[in-house]
Structures are given as C-alpha cells and as structure tokens.
Design a protein around this ligand. Structure first.
Ligand code: KIV
Length: 267
C-alpha cells in the first residue's frame, strides 16, 4: 500500500525546492497510470469540458460532472494528492454556495483540495473555504472561466499594469490561505517574479520554468487534442495515430471475419 500524499508533502517539496508535478485526469484508468508513475498531484480540471465532452470552453461544466469525474479519479489513485476544480458559477455567486460546493468535492467526490480561479476578487471565498479546513489552490493569469472578459485565450500580464495586478492577486490569494497557486498563460519572467514574491508553491502552465512545479492537461501531452495545441504544450507520446491504427485494424478484421478467431471464442 503506497502512502497517500497530503498537503504537508506538497509543502515539504516546496520547502526542499523539489519540483511539483501535476497532471489532469478525469477517469479511473488515467488516474491509475499516473498515480503508479508517481505523479504528485492529480487535477480533476474543468478542462474535462473541452478535452472529454467536446465543449468549446469550460463554462458549461457542472458540479455533478466534476463530482462524477473526481470519484473515478479517486478510485484510480492510491498516493497522488487529488485537487478538484470548482466549475463556473459553483463559487462566484455567494459564499454559502462556494462552501457547500467545495464541501461536496471533498465529502462526496473524494478530493483532497479544491481549485478556484481569481485573485483579489476571490479573497473572501478562499477564506471561507479554508475556514472549513478545505485546502485551496488558487489560479490566476489566463483563467479559462473568464474567457468572455479576456476576449479569448490570450497570454495575460504582458502590460505593466496587468503584471502589477497579477502580483497583487498572487499575494492576496496567499494571504487568504491558499496553499498553492496555479499560474496560467503569463510571461515567464512575471511567473518568476510572482514565485519569488510569495511563500506558497506556484504551479505553472504556460508560465515558464521558474515556477515551483508544472501542470499540463493529460490529453494534450498524449497528442489527443488534434484540433488545437497551445504553444506551451509538449506532446510526450503521440497516441492519436496509435489509437487510429488499432480502431482501423479492428474494423478491418471484423469486416473480413479475421476476428474473432477460435482463441477469442468459447467452446
Ligand atoms: O482545468 C484545468 O485543466 C486547469 C489546468 C489547465 C490548470 O485548470
């Protein structure tokens, strides 16, 4: 039986200067594989809406969907620390909603922490959830739930006043009690500046190498998002052609009666 990673393990890694590894997963088989390979944190991201459900953005994802996917991930994972995303409108309307929904992700779904998007504007929400002893991961920069405000998925913090705002956001999220902070889609030197200015780990995605750790979407690193691949993604295994080949061979063998053979039949 492997040891379950906790928030203390993540804090110790940060204190020791060890890079924190995080990947998204939305189901049992992927959670199991990455857990067995030693991933530190599994994020049940609302990116599930795009890479699994085929939506154009994360806004339609519901609490019930995140609960469903987090339960599957929790069943597949023995040691990884599991963070569940709070979907759009599950925490923005009022503090009571935010607390009830964060509680569901822990109590019903089996997450160990929740993640929510926003900086200074989310201080009271983060405080309320942390007050319930639920660890919170913040998320600033390119925040996909703000796609309509940002006018698309654009790198944030390029202009000086934007960069100053992001620095203030990071400090506010830390002071509100978050134990880690995702930095998405910001210039690498700003990510470094933020990482040096706060005392909680930063997990970067499209934020350069000088963060305390990195996160990517599993479907992106496995080459399964053929429609669109952002600049910050590295494909570590190009699975789409392998999967296509398997499916093509199956169709061909069924049609030509090469499958099933005697070996695949009962007598
Ligand atoms: O939903 C998600 O996958 C995320 C990561 C991109 C950080 O929030």
């Amino acid at each position: 039986m492997k040891k379950q990673k906790t928030v203390l393990d993540i804090q110790n890694m940060y204190a020791n200067g060890d890079k924190i590894t995080m990947l998204t997963a939305y189901d049992y088989p992927f959670a199991r594989l990455m857990d067995q390979e030693g991933i530190d944190i599994i994020l049940v991201g609302d990116s599930v809406g795009c890479v699994v459900a085929g939506y154009d953005n994360t806004l339609p994802v519901t609490m019930d969907e995140i609960v469903y996917h987090t339960k599957a991930v929790a069943r597949g994972s023995e040691s990884a620390f599991i963070v569940a995303d709070m979907p759009f409108l599950s925490y923005q309307i009022d503090l009571r909603d935010a607390c009830v929904n964060a509680g569901r992700l822990i109590k019903e779904a089996g997450a160990h922490a929740v993640k929510l998007e926003g900086g200074v504007n989310m201080v009271n929400t983060i405080k309320a959830i942390v007050n319930m002893d639920i660890p919170v991961v913040g998320h600033i920069g390119l925040t996909p739930q703000s796609i309509h405000r940002m006018g698309g998925y654009k790198v944030q913090g390029r202009r000086d006043e934007q960069a100053q705002q992001l620095l203030a956001d990071a400090k506010a999220v830390e002071q509100a009690g978050a134990f880690a902070l995702v930095l998405e889609g910001i210039p690498a030197d700003l990510a470094q500046q933020i990482t040096e200015a706060i005392s909680i780990p930063t997990i970067g995605i499209g934020a350069g190498v000088n963060c305390s750790g990195q996160v990517l979407v599993i479907h992106d690193i496995l080459g399964l998002c053929e429609k669109y691949s952002p600049k910050f993604v590295k494909v570590y295994a190009d699975l789409a052609p392998v999967i296509r080949e398997g499916i093509k061979n199956y169709i061909e063998e069924v049609r030509s009666e090469k499958f099933p053979t005697d070996d695949h039949s009962f007598h």
